[in-house]
Write a protein that binds this ligand. Structure first.
Ligand SMILES: Cc1cc2nc3c(=O)[nH]c(=O)nc-3n(C[C@H](O)[C@H](O)[C@H](O)COP(=O)(O)O)c2cc1C
Length: 200
C-alpha cells in the first residue's frame, strides 16, 4: 500500500507525535487540545476538551480529577475516544481505546511541574460538582493555600488517564473533499497493527 509523505512510518505514536509537533508551530493556541468522549451509565455519550500532555510509547495521556463526570465515567467504563483537530494544518487524528489510570511517578512529576496556583486549584476544585458561587470557590482556595503550604502533594483524587489505542486514524485534507485517511487497527494491546486506506 502506498503510504508516504505525512502518513509514512511504522509507529502510529511516532506519526502522531510528528503531527503534534507540526501543529505546535502553526496553531494559534492549545495545539494539544483534544475532544475526549466517554459514555455514561445510561450509554449516553459525553464529550469535552482536555489537554493531551504526553504521547508515550503506548498511549495518550491527559490529567484530570478522578471524581469529575469524566473520571467517574471512565472508572465505570474504561474505554474512550479522542479527536485532535488542527485548523491550521487541516488535519485530524482520531483515537479509540482502553483506559487506565496514570497515577504513579509520571503523574507526580507532571503535577509538580505545574504552577503552585494550579496545584492548589486541583485541591480546591470538586470538579463537576455544583458550586453556589465563585466566592465559595475562592474561599476554598484560600483555605487550601493556608493548609497545604508551598509544596502540596498531588491530590489522591487527581491524576492522569492513558488511552491505549486499538484504533488510530490519521486524516488530512485533500482537494475537492478527496481527503486522505489511513486507519491503524489492532485486535488488542500488544497485537500487530493492520493499516488500511479509507475512502474519504
Ligand atoms: C481547551 C481546553 C482544555 C481543557 N483541558 C482540561 C484538562 O486537561 N483537564 C480537565 O480536567 N479539564 C480540562 N478542560 C475542562 C473540561 O473541558 C471540562 O469542562 C472539565 O474537565 C469537566 O468535565 P466533566 O464534567 O465532563 O468531567 C479543558 C477545557 C478546554 C476548553
Amino acid at each position: 500500500m502506498e503510504r508516504d509523505g505525512l502518513f509514512a512510518g511504522d509507529d502510529p505514536f511516532e506519526i502522531a507525535r510528528g503531527w503534534l509537533a507540526e501543529a505546535e508551530k502553526s496553531e494559534m493556541n492549545d495545539p494539544n487540545a483534544v475532544a475526549l468522549s466517554t459514555v455514561d451509565a445510561d450509554g449516553l455519550p459525553n464529550v469535552r476538551m482536555v489537554l493531551l500532555k504526553e504521547i508515550s510509547e503506548d498511549g495518550f495521556i491527559f490529567y484530570t480529577n478522578y471524581n469529575s463526570a469524566k473520571g467517574r465515567e471512565l472508572t465505570a467504563n474504561p474505554k474512550a475516544a479522542m479527536v485532535l483537530h488542527w485548523k491550521s494544518l487541516r488535519r485530524q487524528v482520531r483515537i479509540r481505546g482502553m483506559v487506565s489510570r496514570e497515577e504513579g511517578a509520571r503523574a507526580d512529576a507532571y503535577y509538580a511541574s505545574r504552577s503552585l496556583k494550579s496545584r492548589l486549584g486541583a485541591w480546591a476544585s470538586e470538579q463537576s460538582q455544583p458550586l453556589d458561587s465563585r466566592t465559595t470557590l475562592m474561599a476554598k482556595v484560600a483555605k487550601i493555600t493556608a493548609q497545604k503550604g508551598p509544596n502540596p502533594p498531588r491530590p489522591p483524587f487527581w491524576g492522569g488517564f492513558k488511552i491505549a489505542p486499538v484504533e488510530i486514524e490519521f486524516w488530512a485534507d485533500g482537494a475537492f473533499r478527496l481527503h486522505d485517511r489511513f486507519v491503524w487497527r489492532r485486535k488488542g494491546i500488544g497485537e500487530n497493527w493492520e493499516i488500511q486506506r479509507l475512502n474519504p
